[in-house]
Design a protein around this ligand. Structure first.
Ligand SMILES: *[C@@H]1O[C@H](CO)[C@@H](O)[C@H](O)[C@H]1NC(C)=O
Ligand SMILES: *[C@@H]1O[C@H](CO)[C@@H](O)[C@H](O)[C@H]1NC(C)=O
Ligand SMILES: *[C@@H]1O[C@H](CO)[C@@H](O)[C@H](O)[C@H]1NC(C)=O
Ligand SMILES: *[C@@H]1O[C@H](CO)[C@@H](O)[C@H](O)[C@H]1NC(C)=O
Ligand SMILES: *[C@@H]1O[C@H](CO)[C@@H](O)[C@H](O)[C@H]1NC(C)=O
Ligand SMILES: *[C@@H]1O[C@H](CO)[C@@H](O)[C@H](O)[C@H]1NC(C)=O
Ligand SMILES: *[C@@H]1O[C@H](CO)[C@@H](O)[C@H](O)[C@H]1NC(C)=O
Ligand SMILES: *[C@@H]1O[C@H](CO)[C@@H](O)[C@H](O)[C@H]1NC(C)=O
Ligand SMILES: *[C@@H]1O[C@H](CO)[C@@H](O)[C@H](O)[C@H]1NC(C)=O
Ligand SMILES: *[C@@H]1O[C@H](CO)[C@@H](O)[C@H](O)[C@H]1NC(C)=O
Length: 534
């Protein structure tokens, strides 16, 4: 082990002699935009006087909450307050304004959607820089890019080079999965991650909100679910106010919130507040006292699911709900006499996948009736459930995932991939370079099939993470996924990416995200964890 680490160490020394210190403000970009032209002419950003404003021709104005809020955020990120830095006299020309214009203000009061434009055009020039975008989401991405361009000169002044950027994402679904069932994550961790996501141009929070261990979602219709199923019904829950706060915090950053309510497996916590929902397991003719997946043969199950998912359809605003459908254990269904009778009645024989399909089909119908779309884990496709044309199939199994992507897209379905992006697998060899080099379109298939890949998600399952360690386990490794999903596929040289990612990590530290180091070295401004003011 030691030998291996030494080899890696020397390898890096050869790669980057004398470059072990990284600046948070050196103008590097992450993720790499599609097209950048930078020149050596630099402008000064006056610490007092620089403004972010609506451009003269913009469709949006002072009543656009998304942009007003973003102007404030980025103003503070670009001009961090610093003790002891006074106005520096400089011979450079000044950049006084960033003028932000959008073609439509329609999204100011809306939630983002899969496939919304996020393209922007940024011109940094003397006096007025201009940022133009189709809509506010593109403007948000451009504001992030502009904030990254600003660097700090040796004399302490803020400078930004003359630059032209044309940018848009390679994939439209760029997600991060957070699991709040195995460990409860306090609200501030969700907000902190949404901030970090916006610094990396992620645009989907996949909120795996409930699972076997706990049910922290406080339902309006079925409050007993969290009263009985949460770790602590007073402290370890997400109230309706909390969910609304997450939805809005995400919206202001152009991030969709896709909730996952995984059934019929992964539901142990549901039965505590909704007795009778799950299948009783039997040993011979006697119940064992334990429970299996949702009981798919009872009308009461579907009456409950209809009311529950109707609530969820209103509480979460995204068009999509993730319905899970993974890892259904059939042994309990097999043991239960009522289920066995139903199987016989339905002529399913002993093919329990048919029963699973029967169940999933009914859940899909409920969600469709609520005019929502759905994501499902790959097993639902593997088990031949009839899916609507707008279904998104989520590939998570690493084994033969490329073949799975070929099969799903050959059947004409859209898909997204997480198989190689399980960031909770904290094994040493699963470092950022491996995530970085995994391409979602690297499978056998036609161009039309490749186009059916809408993106992917970095996943951090909750077994071993809570508020103490989730941020640094995720960041900056999730940043590697972010660049893969945003930038052109040809941006894939890890040697070139390393110094950018190291600087980007330092920038995240400066912005309060405790991202772990990649390797030996230091940030010019080290993380203070709130103990000292910058
Ligand atoms: C920005 O401009 C400075 C000089 O004004 C130059 O030294 C530097 O290389 C430029 N940076 C980029 C990325 O072009
Ligand atoms: C903002 O104001 C304009 C014109 O005053 C109006 O047409 C638009 O609906 C308003 N938008 C929002 C999000 O309130
Ligand atoms: C820069 O923008 C301001 C405010 O919109 C405007 O008054 C000024 O004329 C612009 N300057 C140039 C050079 O376009
Ligand atoms: C369940 O619902 C179906 C269809 O609505 C109905 O035919 C059946 O009688 C119901 N079963 C019970 C036990 O209520
Ligand atoms: C799904 O359908 C295909 C083709 O009709 C068939 O080969 C396969 O065995 C089916 N899979 C399951 C799990 O039923
Ligand atoms: C994809 O389909 C082929 C042909 O039916 C099958 O052999 C292969 O096992 C499938 N891949 C996966 C991951 O199921
Ligand atoms: C990252 O993992 C790859 C193999 O997957 C290895 O070659 C490389 O040395 C590792 N880098 C670091 C910094 O550990
Ligand atoms: C694509 O996947 C294959 C098989 O896993 C791998 O050998 C190859 O390096 C990958 N290519 C790219 C460009 O990622
Ligand atoms: C990197 O990108 C180039 C150009 O698109 C491609 O030829 C190469 O296969 C890619 N390599 C990897 C490891 O992804
Ligand atoms: C990656 O970039 C480095 C440094 O520019 C270069 O030496 C190396 O050949 C590149 N690697 C590949 C695979 O293109």
């Amino acid at each position: 082990m030691r030998t291996v680490q030494l080899t890696v160490f020397w390898c890096f020394l050869v790669w980057m002699p004398g470059a072990l210190g990284w600046s948070a403000m050196n103008g590097v970009l992450w993720p790499q935009p599609q097209k950048v032209i930078r020149s050596a002419e630099a402008f000064t950003l006056p610490r007092s006087g620089f403004r972010i404003e609506h451009g003269p021709g913009s469709a949006a104005g002072a009543n656009c909450s998304v942009l007003q809020n973003a102007f404030r955020r980025y103003y503070l990120l670009i001009l961090p307050r610093r003790v002891g830095v006074n106005h520096v006299k400089s011979s450079r020309k000044s950049l006084l304004r960033l003028l932000v214009s959008v073609k439509t203000a329609k999204h100011c009061a809306e939630y983002p959607n899969l496939g919304d434009s996020e393209a922007y055009h940024l011109v940094v020039q003397q006096e007025n820089a201009t940022l133009t975008a189709d809509n506010v989401w593109g403007a948000l991405r451009g504001l992030e890019t502009f904030s990254q361009l600003v660097s700090e000169a040796n004399d302490g002044s803020l400078i930004v080079n003359k630059t032209i950027i044309d940018d848009f994402p390679r994939f439209s679904h760029r997600g991060l999965l957070l699991d709040t069932s195995r460990h409860f994550l306090p609200l501030y961790i969700l907000f902190q991650n949404l901030d970090a996501m916006s610094y990396n141009k992620f645009n989907v929070l996949h909120w795996h909100i409930v699972d076997d261990p706990s049910f922290p979602y406080q339902s309006v219709m079925f409050p007993e679910l969290s009263n009985k199923g949460a770790y602590n019904p007073a402290t370890h829950i997400y109230t309706q106010m909390d969910v609304a706060a997450v939805n809005e915090y995400a919206r202001l950053r152009g991030i969709r919130v896709v909730p996952e309510f995984d059934t019929p497996g992964h539901v142990q916590s549901w039965n505590k507040g909704q007795p009778g929902l799950l299948t009783k397991c039997y040993a011979g003719t006697k119940p064992t006292g334990s429970y299996g997946p949702v009981n798919p043969v009872l009308n009461s199950t579907y009456n409950f699911m209809k009311r529950f998912f109707t609530e969820i359809s209103h509480v979460f605003h995204d068009h999509y709900i993730h319905l899970g459908g993974d890892e259904v254990d059939f042994s309990c269904w097999r043991s239960n006499p009522v289920i066995k009778d139903f199987m016989a009645k339905m002529k399913f024989g002993t093919v329990y996948r048919k029963l699973e399909s029967f169940y999933i089909k009914r859940i899909l119908d409920i969600v469709t009736a609520n005019k929502k779309g759905y994501l499902v884990w790959q097993e639902v496709f593997d088990n031949n459930v009839t899916l609507g044309p707008d279904a998104l199939i989520h590939v998570w199994k690493i084994h033969q995932y490329q073949s799975e992507l070929s099969n799903i897209t050959a059947a004409g379905f859209s898909t997204l991939v997480s198989a190689h992006w399980y960031i909770n697998h904290d094994d040493n060899w699963k470092n950022w370079t491996e995530y970085y080099l995994s391409d979602p379109q690297n499978f056998t298939g036609s161009e039309a099939q490749k186009k059916l890949v809408v993106g992917g998600e970095a996943c951090i399952w909750g077994e071993y993470v809570d508020a103490t360690n989730i941020m640094h386990r995720l960041w900056p490794r999730a940043s590697a996924v972010a660049e893969r999903l945003w930038s052109d596929g040809s941006v894939n040289n890890t040697t070139k990416a390393y110094p950018r990612l190291a600087s980007h990590r330092c920038r995240m530290l400066m912005r309060g995200i405790p991202a772990q180091p990649l390797f030996v070295g230091f940030c010019e401004q080290e993380y203070t964890g709130g103990w000292a003011k910058r």
